[in-house]
Design a protein around this ligand. Structure first.
Ligand code: ZN
Length: 685
């Protein structure tokens, strides 16, 4: 590992932040915190923290000694001065005189000494930073250090590397007692450059930002060098049958097992998850190991990972492409054992809790699939990615630990204390989830008009949204603007649709809601229109819907917990207009298609509904068409667009909201929702 320190870059930070009234100490604290935070071998997702002791003016302008320490909820990779709340230093150093301090009292006294009442909570390791005298203090959960420390004789192994250059702190969970112990270890040998926290991580410190940072890099490099020598090859491969099922097939099966509540019918044991897949030579080497069931089940590499991944991953059988039924039943049995083990772990450790804790859900956050890779699981793609990042980091740490000895982490009781520690649970920001969180929504024709508005409306409800569109440039722009995924898909091509849905299943784990919206208007007088025009329109405006619905239903059936199909059928399906036969006829067939899905797949919990909209400004109804039609009727464009019972123009957003409402209407199927401001000729009868 190399130092990324640059004098010029450091100078730029100092200058840039000076313009915002931020002093040089804090500017440099931001700089090296980012350097550390950017390297996943050092810091992952809010793990690790940094501080600087400096002087800033209080509310009366008096110079005040403070500790600026990483705030809860901030990620070091992109930290700003606001993510380093200033706490008055003297009062919190005085706390060291106490013999005990509860977590609640610790958080309270830290908040009471903030200079800014709206600042985030200072890190749970604030007191450890405060009790050390150094100006700059850096803390990481470096993989290289953990692979040495997470050993039966981790302490001895670390001493062999660092000797008296580091202090050694036995495992204690973060908080007041750990802070006191770390200060004692430091004071016993004040010449040390840092501290090794057994089976937890590493602290380095210095008089300036560069010194603390460079010491971190040097110490981690020494641990890396240990990995290079005397290491044995790890993970003997098991003998596997040849053909592994692809991710797009196994992900919906796994997602279904968890969401269907194979292990119990309660909101805790039955949850939709978003699945984030990862694979690499390192991951495959690990998941293909003969003793995977042993080394993968020891526990987390540093205690705070437990809130992201639980203590252990779920290991499922290798998915043989020729025998998916065995994979499914084997995975279901493994999931049941996982949940039973979790429940038992909770029961055993909850006995010593006063007051008792409330059991969290027993569902895995990481699934290891031999022959294939791993899945991170979460209530959103962001959470799932965090779980898989942590899982990859874990695999590397355990691989390295096994190479130099035998992996061992903190005890199960210590993991429980962290998992059920109120301060850790607070990091997850548990609150009320949006209505469509955990749902994967696909919108065809998603790059513009009604499709784009619909995608946006589903995003507002917390869904993971995927846009499909034939036009790649508008698609890329829309996906970027909406911060969602987009795949090019031609709904007139069966393979293109299948490929797109495979990508979606592989990317998110499955599909919950599909808005089949792609369409185009063809015109012609029905008695004279050429056959090809009619066929082209049917290809897109009828078969397009069928291809999309069929691909979605295949995944929904693999998941086995229902789904929602929503079709954009237009007013033409019900109330044909002159010369619109080529458009209206396939739309009328699409209406019948929707009902057929409702009939044939209702028993599987798949609902099918449609929106009948009219006069929406879009690619189908352009401004020039509006001008032409309003002129023909002798009205203004506004009068034309508001030519309905309510005399109000209907927008793409109105149609989008109708799709959302249908998605949420859990007892409605086979229905047509009219969104046209009132047009009695197009009313459903
Ligand atoms: Zn830590």
């Amino acid at each position: 590992m190399k130092s990324s320190w640059s004098d010029q870059e450091a100078e730029r930070y100092v200058e840039r932040y000076a313009q915002q009234g931020v002093n040089a100490d804090i500017a440099l604290r931001v700089y090296t915190s980012r350097l550390l935070g950017r390297d996943p071998a050092l810091v992952l997702h809010g793990g690790g923290n940094t501080s600087v002791k400096t002087t800033v003016p209080d509310h009366l302008g008096r110079p005040t000694d403070v500790l600026c320490v990483k705030g809860s909820g901030w990620d070091m990779a992109g930290i700003e001065p606001a993510g380093l709340p200033a706490v008055r230093l003297a009062p919190i150093i005085e706390l060291r005189g106490l013999s005990a301090l509860s977590d609640e009292d610790m958080v309270n006294v830290q908040r009471c000494n903030l200079l800014d009442a709206s600042a985030p909570n200072p890190s749970v390791e604030t007191l450890l930073h405060a009790f050390l005298p150094h100006k700059f203090v850096d803390h990481t959960h470096a993989i290289a250090v953990l692979s040495v420390s997470d050993q039966p004789d981790g302490d001895g192994q670390c001493r062999a590397i660092y000797g008296s250059r580091m202090g050694y702190v036995p495992y204690i969970m973060p908080g007041f007692l750990l802070a006191k112990k770390a200060a004692e270890v430091f004071e016993a040998n004040p010449s040390v450059d840092g501290l090794i926290l057994e089976k937890h991580g590493i602290f380095t410190f210095g008089d300036n930002a560069r010194q603390a940072y460079d010491r971190m890099i040097e110490m981690v490099s020494l641990a890396e060098a240990r990995r290079q020598k005397n290491c044995k090859s790890v993970f003997l491969p098991s003998n596997f049958p040849k053909h592994c099922a692809p991710v797009a097939i196994i992900a919906p099966i796994l997602r279904g097992l968890i969401a269907r509540g194979e292990i119990g019918q309660s909101s805790k044991t039955q949850q939709r998850m978003i699945l984030d897949f990862r694979t690499s030579p390192m991951i495959l080497n690990y998941v293909n190991g003969r003793d995977l069931e042993m080394y993968s089940q020891v526990g987390v590499v540093t205690p705070d990972h437990t809130i992201r991944t639980k203590n252990w991953p779920l290991v499922v059988p290798r998915p043989d492409a020729n025998d998916l039924a065995s994979f499914q039943s084997g995975a279901a049995a493994a999931l049941k054992r996982f949940a039973a083990r979790y429940h038992d772990y909770f029961q055993r450790h909850n006995k010593r809790q006063n007051p008792p804790k409330v059991e969290l859900d027993p569902l895995p956050r990481v699934i290891l699939v031999p022959g294939v890779g791993l899945f991170g699981l979460g209530n959103s793609m962001a959470a799932a990615r965090i779980a898989s990042d942590v899982a990859e980091n874990t695999i590397q740490t355990i691989t390295d630990a096994e190479a130099i000895g035998r992996y061992q982490c903190v005890s199960e009781a210590d993991m429980f204390d962290i998992e059920y520690w109120s301060l850790e649970q607070a990091k997850l920001g548990i609150g009320k989830e949006p209505k469509l969180a955990r749902h994967v929504v696909v919108v065809t024709g998603g790059a513009s008009g009604i499709g784009r508005a619909t995608a946006q409306a589903f995003k507002r409800e917390g869904a993971e949204v995927v846009l499909l569109d034939i036009a790649d440039e508008p698609l890329a722009l829309a996906a970027k603007a909406l911060k969602c995924d987009g795949f090019v898909c031609d709904v007139t091509n069966t393979q293109s649709v299948k490929d797109a849905f495979s990508k979606i299943a592989a990317r998110f784990g499955g599909v919950d809601i599909v808005v089949s919206n792609a369409g185009r208007a063809w015109q012609g007088k029905i008695g004279t229109v050429d056959e090809q025009t009619l066929r082209d329109s049917f290809e897109l405006n009828f078969y397009g819907h069928q291809r999309v619905a069929q691909a979605a239903v295949e995944i929904m059936s693999q998941q086995g917990f229902g789904g929602v199909l929503l079709f954009n059928i237009s007013k033409q399906a019900i109330n044909p207009g002159p010369n619109f036969g080529p458009y209206g006829l396939p739309k009328a067939a699409a209406l019948a298609l929707m009902r057929q899905y409702a009939v044939d797949h209702g028993a599987e919990g798949i609902r099918a509904n449609a929106v009948n909209a009219d006069r929406i400004r879009s690619g189908l109804l352009t401004d020039s068409m509006i001008a032409e039609r309003s002129k023909a009727r002798g009205v203004t464009a506004a009068e034309y667009m508001g030519g309905n019972l309510l005399a109000r123009e209907v927008t793409a957003e109105d149609v989008a909201q109708a799709f959302v409402n249908l998605a949420l209407a859990e007892k409605t199927t086979g229905a047509i929702l009219t969104v046209d401001g009132g047009n009695i000729a197009a009313a459903v009868r």
